[in-house]
Design a protein around this ligand. Structure first.
Ligand code: CP
Length: 323
């Protein structure tokens, strides 16, 4: 039986991760058709997207995934809701549940919010990012993109670069990638590394050139200024100089490396525009280029991965035929 909720990738078994990645590969071709193919495996279901924090990619892709599987989507934006009058998360959900819904996608600024919800509903809960804790579907789409690019995850050397301290994306990626046999390293200024990070079995660098030299892919993280990350570095321009993924930094790679970023991007802070925007065809026209960006491919894959997760959690039908 598939899991009941998806609140994180910590201790999720490899078999479950493979099941999600396989389902995403079934749904991916439908996204490349024009118009995208629609399915009906969630016909009659209603999914509520509870967003207590801003989002562009996650919210839009969940909504598209729900609609393309035939579900109805209800979008709850905290700023326009009775949360602003003091209603609690649990009261909000109890009231929405009284209207007969089938699942929740929740983004919340507080770590543990998705897990808390699972204790107060019988419906499946999907964590769309909770504070600095986990963002499992982001990591799954990152991992799916790496698997599409490299075919094999076992032994793949993935560097996570940037504001690790405040990052739920880093934590979910570390858990998922390690379960699937990838070798994860981290690079950040010492002030942006969690104190106990070595216990997670990762290699830690503070020198970007050393970190990049022998990796296959770099997942670049945003400096989370809304979580006060600016107070942990001398200045944004110095951060860019020492930890930004620039042409000079990628030039030290021993072979071409692939670049991911969960978005939104702070251009010319954690990544240079020229590195972020060099996609497949541009990179092929520049054989000397040391990097290729997968950033927009990640966004496309986000819809496939969220279709996979929603289908596996909510549908009793088998996976549809991809054609
Ligand atoms: N990667 C990500 O979570 O982006 P959004 O905040 O736009 O959803």
């Amino acid at each position: 039986m598939f899991m009941r909720h998806l609140t994180g990738l910590y201790q999720v078994p490899a078999q479950t991760l493979h099941e999600i990645l396989h389902a995403a590969s079934v749904f991916k071709p439908s996204l490349l058709q024009s118009p995208p193919k629609l399915f009906s495996t969630l016909a009659g279901k209603t999914v509520v997207n509870l967003f207590f924090e801003n989002s562009t990619r996650t919210r839009t892709s969940f909504e598209l995934a729900e609609r393309r599987l035939g579900a109805s989507s209800v979008n709850f934006a905290a700023a326009q809701s009775s949360t602003s009058k003091g209603e609690s998360l649990l009261d909000t959900v109890a009231n929405i549940e009284a209207m007969q819904v089938d699942a929740y996608v929740i983004r919340h600024p507080h770590a543990g919010a998705a897990e808390l919800l699972t204790k107060h509903t019988q419906k499946p809960v999907i964590n769309a990012g909770d504070g600095q804790h986990e963002h499992p579907t982001q990591a799954l789409l990152d991992i799916f993109t790496l698997q599409e690019t490299f075919e094999k995850l076992s032994g793949l050397r993935v560097l996570i670069l940037g504001d690790i301290l405040h990052s739920r994306v880093a934590r979910s990626n570390i858990f998922g990638l390690q379960t699937l046999g990838a070798k994860v390293s981290l690079c950040a200024p010492p002030t942006l590394l969690p104190r106990e990070i070595h216990r997670l079995g990762v290699t830690v660098f503070t020198d970007i050139r050393e970190a990049i030299r022998n990796c296959d892919a770099v997942n670049v993280l945003r400096i989370q200024l809304e979580r006060e990350a600016g107070g942990f570095i001398p200045s944004l321009s110095e951060y860019h100089r020492f930890y930004g993924l620039t042409e000079e930094a990628v030039a030290v790679a021993s072979k071409k490396i692939f670049i991911l970023h969960p978005g939104p991007i702070n251009r010319e802070i954690e990544i240079s525009s020229s590195v972020a925007d060099r996609f497949g065809s541009d990179a092929q026209e520049m054989p000397q280029a040391k990097s290729e960006s997968l950033i927009l491919r990640q966004v496309t894959n986000g819809v496939a991965v969220r279709m996979a997760v929603l289908h596996l959690l909510l549908s009793s039908s088998p996976l549809p035929s991809p054609n």
